[in-house]
Design a protein around this ligand. Structure first.
Ligand code: ADP
Ligand code: MG
Length: 275
């Protein structure tokens, strides 16, 4: 919520004390103190607290409400496709994930150092869930985050032109953490490929963190950047300062469903069917 601009602060001389307080608290933008001071006063009186206890409780109320609003606002602005935290993640289902590495990343020090995270693995293993979990951790720590699915980014770039594309680039450069989800099957082509190259290069140069999720190993991301030279340059930039988390377990979507191996395809990939 943006703060209202006040040109002149007025000290009211008329009206009841309650009316005068209302006016000044509104003017000072202390809405939460305004709506709670009577209840807080009663509580402090009951507990025989001092005037300083009263003042402290009012400040606490204002701060906690503002923080709650900030979290809500920043979470909405991050445009997560769903809201799942790291607490919601069942790490025992994915033993390939190193819990110590997760706990270190949780501190968000990697963002302050401008490093990246890559979540790699097959569908359903929780890559998007973990990226959102880390996005929320960033927001709790006062760092802005934006979540983008690669196909949506490509659509937005395709709709932009010479005039609007710099604004789009600025928008994606702004948050301290940018999540690029599903770096998989897309062929970018034309201006989207160039835009993606510019965005990743510029974020890397300015030490702004990114989280990538992909079903494919980053060595196979070449098609996104059209030329091998470009792909190599960009992948180097991403991976030279990255924590790579390879999730090798099964899909959580299939959890509890029993499968048995019935045949082996030419590619040696097992074919699974429900038993
Ligand atoms: P991916 O991005 O790897 O395809 P998702 O993150 O979309 O997978 O996960 C699919 C669904 O399963 C989501 O609802 C996610 O919250 C849930 N999920 C995946 N892994 C876990 C897990 N280990 N613990 C709890 N929920 C999980
Ligand atoms: Mg996903």
């Amino acid at each position: 919520m943006s703060r209202k601009k006040v040109n002149r602060y007025i000290i009211p001389k008329e009206g009841t004390q309650e009316e005068r307080l209302d006016l000044m608290l509104t003017q000072l933008d202390l809405q939460h103190i305004r709506s709670s001071y009577k209840n807080v006063h009663n509580r402090i009186k009951e507990s025989q607290g001092t005037e300083f206890d009263f003042l402290e409780s009012l400040c606490e109320r204002e701060s906690s409400q503002r923080e709650e609003n900030r979290l809500l606002n920043w979470t909405q602005k991050a445009k997560f496709p769903f809201k799942k935290t790291l607490e919601d993640f069942d790490f025992s289902f994915q033993p390939s994930i190193n819990k110590r590495q997760i706990n270190e990343l949780r501190t968000c020090r990697y963002i302050r150092r401008g490093e990246n995270i890559l979540f790699l693995g097959p569908p359903g293993v929780g890559k998007t869930h973990l990226s959102i979990g880390f996005g929320l951790e960033a927001i709790y720590n006062g760092l802005e985050c934006l979540f983008l699915q690669l196909d949506k980014l490509i659509d937005a770039v395709k709709k932009s032109d010479e005039n609007t594309s710099p604004a789009l680039l600025r928008k994606y450069m702004r948050p301290q953490l940018l999540i690029l989800d599903d770096i998989d099957y897309y062929k970018t082509g034309g201006n989207a490929s160039e835009f993606l190259f510019k965005l990743i290069k510029q974020r890397a140069d300015e030490k702004l963190s990114m989280i990538f999720t992909s079903n494919k190993h980053f060595n196979d991301w070449g098609t996104l950047f059209e030329t091998k030279v470009r792909a190599g340059a960009i992948i180097d930039r991403i991976t030279s300062r990255a924590e790579i988390i390879n999730i090798t377990g099964g899909s959580y979507r299939l959890k509890g469903k029993k499968y048995k191996r019935i045949s082996v395809r030419k590619s040696n990939e097992p074919v699974l069917t429900r038993s």
